[in-house]
Design a protein around this ligand. Structure first.
Ligand SMILES: *Cc1c(COP(=O)(O)O)cnc(C)c1O
Length: 228
């Protein structure tokens, strides 16, 4: 077994254990293997070990990998996205985790619409309010979701967040909890065409805590592929 296959198995085991601890079904959590900066061979090793969803942060890197890798894997875009680069990834990714402004959503709608496709997306919320993080504020998230819901060719599936980094993952818990509560509030508004089923939260250092707080997508890089 390759190192990557072993690491993947260990991460899956940790996901299962976290689910058991809080009475959730392991099938309710999807693992996104964050492959930014990793070569195609690492992605193929993970794919051969059964991993199907890969998360990338950079448009250029993603398009290069899409051209290079022909296995039937799913790409998610998880990084900051500039509107003028949307066209390059249109139709290539099955979910965008990082929609944080209306102008970006409008361009996603335009580019996916050109292809006759629907773009699945999550709204990224900067729960902590840290200046260095992207994301809409928790206060503005509902209005942004309402605005996006009026655009064609888009499907809002939930929310994503990145809390500050803490040495103790328990300190990230209030941020995960706040994202879940925000999703519950938005869900309660019953906005037509909007689902709040997906919560993308938790990375290598804190994904178990995120699962306990309701994560349905965990984005894990280092614990699978090693230090970047
Ligand atoms: C890099 C990255 C991750 C993965 O981080 P690790 O600590 O390596 O697991 C998750 N989400 C986003 C948005 C990232 O940029």
């Amino acid at each position: 077994m390759s190192g990557i296959a072993q690491h993947l198995e260990a991460v899956r085991r940790r996901i299962r254990t976290a689910c058991e601890r809080c009475g959730r079904s392991p099938e309710s959590v999807q693992l996104v293997a964050v492959s930014k900066t990793r070569p195609a061979q690492d992605i193929l090793a993970a794919f051969q070990a059964g991993q199907t969803i890969f998360g990338e942060n950079y448009v250029q890197e993603l398009t290069a990998k899409v051209a290079q890798i022909h296995e039937p894997l799913q790409w998610h875009f998880i990084g900051h996205l500039q509107s003028n680069k949307v066209r390059q990834i249109a139709g290539q990714v099955s979910l965008i985790h990082s929609v944080d402004r209306f102008s970006l959503a409008r361009e996603l709608s335009r580019q996916w619409g050109r292809l006759g496709m629907v773009c699945n997306l999550l709204v990224q919320v900067n729960v902590s309010g840290e200046a260095s993080k992207s994301g809409t504020t928790a206060a503005e998230a509902l209005d942004l979701v309402r605005g996006i819901a009026l655009l064609p060719h888009l499907q809002v599936q939930g929310l994503m967040t990145m809390p500050p980094f803490f040495d103790d993952p328990q300190e990230a818990r209030p941020f995960f909890r706040e994202l879940r509560q925000l999703a519950d509030r938005i869900s309660g508004e019953h906005i037509p065409g909007v689902s709040m089923e997906q919560l993308s939260m938790g990375m290598s250092a804190d994904f178990e805590v995120a699962i306990e707080e309701g994560a349905t997508l965990v984005r894990v890089g280092t614990a699978i592929f090693g230090e970047r």
